[in-house]
Write a new protein. Structure first.
Length: 323
């Protein structure tokens, strides 16, 4: 018997890949997405699966969500205000979506105790400089006057709430802290670096490195991340736990710009943009961000295997045909 997975934010970048993988393995998928950052083009090709259904609405529509959660065997909660730019530009919406949406999902799933995967983020580690980040490390957030930290704080609250439901009500909740995840369908509009660089390189326009470019990140391919999420929500041993999901291969943003340029044989110049020009005032960037992924590896065999060069090729392939 196929199981039914409700994917909130299922028309988004990661959500659409999850939907695709689940449908391909014979499961049924219900997507709810308000198309704030998700796109119908991301799931167009899934309509041919009889087990696929999509509702365009917000997770804050409680009455609708009661019906959808009621039909689900598993809930993958990805709907959120994502991307640094969106969070800095629309902080009220970002905080409310991230907190209230999760409250509604957890409260409804608690009625029949369906397992819930809560998508959290490496942002919750804040500006701690001790890498790699392990799940039990302290979270070091900046002041509330700096908008960026509201995202981390709202996601940390989601984690607290999920873990509280697990302990208080026995709701099977698993939390995944996603580090920089990349691949086709990720859009650059909300500040994500790799799609921006690839688009710039393909267009021959300047590749914009913010700040000194010595800040670093680790990029995991969405195709490696998705099976880990599916295995985590199905693993009883994961419930009540927090898991880092990401690559541990660190690269500076300047090196990334150079790699994209080289790989795509682009004539683009690499230019430095001061942070004040790139973001609004109140922004603080993270210097390094490296996950310790042993926990997810030991429980569900998670490994970010796909090399960055291959990821760049696939993202470029997407942008060559995407509109
Ligand atoms: N970045 C950049 N150029 C861009 C977009 C982003 O140099 O066009 C930098 C950004 O300042 C950050 C890094 O790339 O240091 C990763 O940014 P992204 O928004 O992708 O992810 P996050 O900051 O959440 O890790």
């Amino acid at each position: 018997m196929p199981a039914t997975y409700l994917i909130t934010g299922g028309a988004g970048f990661i959500g659409s890949h999850l939907a695709e993988a689940l449908l391909a393995s014979g499961e049924r998928v219900l997507v709810v997405d308000d198309l704030s950052t998700g796109r119908l083009q991301n799931i167009e090709h899934l309509k041919r699966f009889p087990g696929f259904e999509c509702v365009v609405d917000t997770v804050m529509n409680r009455a609708l969500m009661a019906g959808l959660v009621g039909r689900a065997d598993y809930v993958l909660h990805l709907a959120a205000a994502v991307g640094v730019r969106l969070v800095v530009e629309s902080p009220v919406r970002a905080i409310e979506t991230n907190v209230r949406g999760t409250e509604i999902v957890l409260e409804l799933a608690n009625r029949r105790k369906q397992p819930v995967f809560i998508t959290s983020t490496s942002e919750v580690y804040g500006k701690t400089s001790r890498v790699p980040f392990a799940e039990d490390d302290d979270l070091v957030l900046g002041p509330t006057t700096r908008g960026r930290w509201s995202y981390a704080c709202s996601k940390a609250l989601d984690e607290f709430l999920g873990i509280a439901y697990f302990h208080e009500s026995g709701l099977p909740v698993v939390i995944g802290r996603l580090f920089n995840t990349v691949g086709p369908r990720q859009r650059g509009r909300y500040g994500m670096v790799l799609p921006n660089f690839v688009k710039q390189a393909l267009a021959g326009s300047p590749i914009t490195v913010y700040g000194d470019g010595m800040q670093s990140r680790c990029f995991a391919y969405v195709g490696d991340v998705v099976p880990a999420i599916v295995r985590l929500i199905q693993s009883e041993a994961a419930y009540g736990g927090v898991f880092n999901i990401g690559s541990d291969q660190e690269i500076s943003i300047r090196e990334l710009a150079e790699l994209v340029k080289r790989r795509l044989e682009s004539p683009s110049d690499i230019v430095s943009i001061p942070y004040e020009e790139a973001y609004r005032v109140g922004f603080e960037d993270m210097r390094r961000r490296v996950p310790d992924t042993r926990k997810a590896f030991e429980l569900v065999g998670f490994e970010a295997r796909t090399p960055l060069t291959e990821i760049i090729d696939r993202v470029a392939e997407y942008y060559r045909v995407a509109v």
